[in-house]
Ligand binder design. Structure first.
Ligand SMILES: Cc1cc2nc3c(=O)[nH]c(=O)nc-3n(C[C@H](O)[C@H](O)[C@H](O)COP(=O)(O)OP(=O)(O)OC[C@H]3O[C@@H](n4cnc5c(N)ncnc54)[C@H](O)[C@@H]3O)c2cc1C
Length: 407
């Protein structure tokens, strides 16, 4: 079969994600011919709790306008996060500035992409690329048929398992740890967990990431587990615990979904920003904060990526160099949220953990801290301690994170 003639564009963005929408908005506003390709049919489903941080909320309003009702789940907003512990009292931590939207990712991402004004081609999968000095040739498949794009710049906004990252650095993904997360949706018989909050358990016996929240009349129960381990067993263990400890009674799971996550790269400052004319952004680049909140960093890094290309297009400096210079601010924001020195002495999060401890007695506060530290020991096997400390000290002395560690 003869493939159609190549499509020439200024910028090809891979993935119709939030980072892509933010990036495309900058490119389209500057008049650059931009196409977004998305492997799924749009609007597409995305596994996500949909809890947006205040900064992400502001970004959406400022760039795309007021959020329509159809981009929200029920409950439509989230007040904050409740932390639960094996024996310490649970604490509610409210977001600064009040509740934030509970996004329905299928609709919110599609809405943001459309609001950016970019041209989108769905059911089109990035396959590989050939990068040269003057541009990049991208080979994709559209509904199974080969398609070629020739772009001056390519943006990988294609999420944690990014094929664009793989094309640029084939060895990168094998060099980082991977985590699995899965969630099931249950009918509710009785659930005393406050529906205004996202609930998270610092409980080593449940798993390295355990959460629950209400959505559209059902209760989501989610759990992190190691690659190759049994999701159903880990999930059943959490459901049993929720019943015993919190009096949660749920019907059998109706739907189930999961995916792999490149969790922890922002913790150890191991981001990947691309090479030459290929730029990587959003979670593909490693942006994900301590609560696995990635939407606000996806939006901001996407916008910075787009701005860097615009600057390159009109002023001639290589986009990669501009991007690496400008993205340092977003790296600081995201990595600060993991940084033990920033957590102890600064306020890197968008909710005040220390204030939430206030009403507790000294003994209870000590118990909370002790149980968080016991939980963190789950991660000891990754031997990240020295890297975390090294990056925290670098941040303290130099005011930023070590750029030499980025791919
Ligand atoms: C269970 C779970 C719960 C989460 N909860 C929250 C939360 O409450 N709050 C929060 O802020 N974050 C949350 N996150 C993280 C958040 O979903 C991500 O960080 C965020 O969506 C990243 O956005 P992105 O723009 O980088 O890319 P993504 O949203 O990952 O989108 C990437 C896009 O690229 C497309 N794509 C992939 N490969 C190709 C290809 N080869 N060709 C073409 N297209 C391709 C994908 O189909 C997808 O549309 C959660 C994640 C999980 C897994």
């Amino acid at each position: 079969m003869i493939s159609p003639s190549p499509r020439n564009v200024d910028v090809l963005v891979v993935g119709a994600s939030l980072s892509a929408a933010a990036c495309a908005k900058r490119l389209v506003d500057a008049g650059l011919e931009t196409v977004v390709i998305e492997r799924k049919k749009l609007p597409r489903h995305k596994v996500c709790s949909g809890i947006l941080s205040p900064r992400g909320h502001r970004f959406l309003i400022e760039n795309f306008g007021p959020l329509p009702r159809e981009v929200l789940h029920e409950p439509t907003s989230c007040t904050g996060v409740t932390f639960h512990f094996p024996s310490a009292p649970s604490i509610d931590i409210d977001f600064f500035g009040g509740p934030t939207p509970h996004l329905y990712r299928k609709q919110s991402d599609w809405w943001a992409i459309r609001r950016s004004g970019v041209e989108v081609q769905d059911e089109t999968s990035f396959a590989r690329l050939e990068a040269g000095d003057g541009g990049v040739v991208v080979h994709a498949t559209h509904r199974g048929r080969p398609q070629e794009f020739r772009a001056r710049w390519v943006v990988g906004a294609d999420g944690p398992t990014s094929m664009v990252v793989k094309a640029v650095y084939p060895e990168y993904q094998a060099s980082i740890p991977w985590f699995m997360v899965g969630q099931k949706f249950h009918q509710i018989e009785a659930c005393p967990l406050d529906t205004r909050y996202f609930h998270f358990w610092f409980h080593p016996a449940l798993g390295h990431y355990t959460w629950s929240h209400a959505r559209d009349g059902r209760q989501i129960v989610g759990v992190g587990f190691d690659v190759g381990h049994n999701f159903d067993r880990a999930h059943a263990n959490v459901v049993k615990y929720l019943g015993k400890r919190h009096g949660v009674r749920l019907g059998p799971a109706q739907d189930s979904e999961g995916c792999g996550e490149n969790f922890g790269l922002s913790l150890v400052n191991r981001y990947v920003f691309g090479r030459g004319r290929v730029l990587i952004t959003g979670q593909a680049a490693g942006f994900l904060n301590m609560m696995a909140e990635g939407m606000s960093a996806a939006l901001h890094s996407g916008a910075i990526c787009g701005e860097s290309i615009v600057e390159a297009a009109f002023h001639g400096e290589p986009a990669q160099a501009v991007y690496r210079r400008h993205i340092a601010s977003e790296v600081r924001r995201c990595s600060d949220q993991w940084n033990p020195l920033q957590i102890a002495f600064g306020r890197p999060h968008e909710a005040d953990f220390w204030k939430a401890l206030g009403p507790l007695g000294i003994g209870e506060r000590a118990k909370v801290i002790a149980e968080i530290l016991a939980f963190i020991r789950l991660y000891a096997r990754f031997k990240w301690g020295r890297e975390i400390l090294g990056q925290a000290v670098h941040r303290l002395i130099r005011g930023g994170y070590d750029e030499a560690r980025w791919w």
